[in-house]
Every structure is written in C-alpha cells, then in structure tokens.
Design a binder for this molecule. Sequence first.
Ligand code: DON
Length: 318
Amino acid sequence: SMNYHTFDPLNTNTISPILTCLTDIYKRYQPINEGNVATYIPELAKANPDLFGICITTPDGQIYQVGESQHSFTIQSISKPFVYGLALGDHGVEKIMSKVGVEPTGEAFNSIVFDEENNRPYNPMVNAGAIATTALIKGEGYEQRFNRILSMFEGFAGRSLTVDEAVFESERSTGHRNRAIAYLELNAGMLEGNLEEHLDLYFRQCSILVTAKDLAVMAATLANNGINPITQQQAVNPEEVRAILSVMASCGMYDFSGEWLYRIGLPAKSGVGGGIIAVLPGQFGIGTFSPLLDPRGNSVRGIKVCEELSQRFKFHLF
Ligand code: DON
C-alpha cells in the first residue's frame, strides 16, 4: 500500500532518508554475531541467528522497514506490558497496584524475589509479576480468557495473530521455574484461582507470533495514545497507555532498564524471542528483531539499533 516503505535495492533513488538510514544501520550491524539465541526453551534454540529486521511506524501510519521485518517469531516478554494494560482495564489502577507493584527489581527477568512488605511481585515486567498479571485477566475459563488476550494483541497489531504451538508446548513442558514462581505466589496469597490455567495463559501469550513490523505498529499505537495508526481503532485507553509506558521505562529491559533509559531514553520492552519495542510518545514506534541475546536476555543488535537511532536523531526523552 501507499504508506509502506520497504528497501528496494533496484530503486534506490526513491527511498526516503529514514530508509537510507535504516538500511545503513542494517548493513553495519547484520555482520555482528555477538550473543546467543535463547536455549532455555528448547524450541527457541532453533532460531536462526542471522535474522535481523527493523521497522519504524509513525502515528500517521508511515511504515519504514528493512531486513527480515516480516519474519514471525514469538513475542515472549514483550507481551507483558500489553497484558498489564488489559488487566488495568479489567480491574482499575487501585486493585492492580495492590496485586503487582511498579518498582524495578534490579534482578534478572526470571528471578524469584517478591515485595514481601506488600505481599506482591515487584513489577509486571518480570516473570513473577507477569504471571500474577495474567492471573487477573477476566473471562469464563481458559478459552475465553485467552481470546480476550489475543484480541487485545490483534487490536494493537491491526491484524489477526496466531500462536506458535511448538513453542507453547515446549515452554509448557519445561517451564518449571515459572511454575515454581506461580506456586510460591499461590502459597503467599498473591495468586488466586486455577494456577495451571493461569500458567497456560502466560505460556500461550508468550507464544503469540509477531513480526518486527507488527511490533512497530504496536509501539506506534502506544505512541499514538492507544489508537492504532493503521486501523484507526482504539486498542487501549489513554490512561492505560501512560501506565504501560511508565512500567516499560522503569522495568522494561530488566536489569538493564536503568542503563537503557540513560543511554537510549525511551520506554522499551524486550523478549527472548529476539524482539524489542521502543516508543517515542507522539512521534513513532520502533520494532526490532534479532534472536542473538546478551546475558540479560535482551537482543544485542536490537539494543545497538535503538542506541544509534537515539543518538543520531536525538530521540532521548530528556
Ligand atoms: O517466562 C519466560 O521464560 C518466557 N516465556 C518469557 C521470558 C522473556 O521473554 C524474558 N525476556 N527477555
């Protein structure tokens, strides 16, 4: 369509300055092979380390993409801020705040630490908080609850989405640490209801397939006060957008969140599938995909792309 800008090597004189820049960045960072694909979920270990895609989407619906921006991968932890928004819509701020805090842990994404003073996980971006958040999603049973989660993501992406069943089964059968976290939460009264159902929902939300282009549209929806720039549909209320971006800014990159905010200066979220989203409110959303991760579980090329874009175009919020 008219507003798609994709790098076409045969037609270089028509590409925009943004695409020229993204293409340059793609070419310089693609050969960098630092990091490792995630292996703790056996199915994720099959990821192709060479894949690399970048997409920027603006609130007026311009889409700039280079590389493997249409390659599907599992959303993983990038699901967390969006499901947090859905939980806020279901219950309101007071109830959610009493169940899940908003303080960074300074610990790894899968760490087993809790805000014991308040009997809640520290924040919705680490696994402990994300499992507790998913447990709060309303609906009659597993199917209806998952369909609500999936529809919410489809509203953000502006298209139908599917689940990678192999990744789901792989995580479900090996996710003992997440199961342990959920049982500790059940024991402490941080969780209620059917624990195995909550865990299946959590594993399944992580297994939703997206592309870098989808991530950029989702991020642009957050940049656009919750209105999807492609479909013009309201995917989430503006109050929830503020809450989502706040927890992304403080906790979205795990134990790299402080340095990320310092260096790049944008609310962001990573996932072990290799995706990163970053948002400049009012201006654009970035989606990157590269499965090579650093030891914290953040995409190595994705961090480099965002750091370079932020410096080159002075995107830093402060
Ligand atoms: O809970 C897990 O282990 C995964 N499904 C999601 C983790 C994840 O993406 C953490 N990210 N960097």
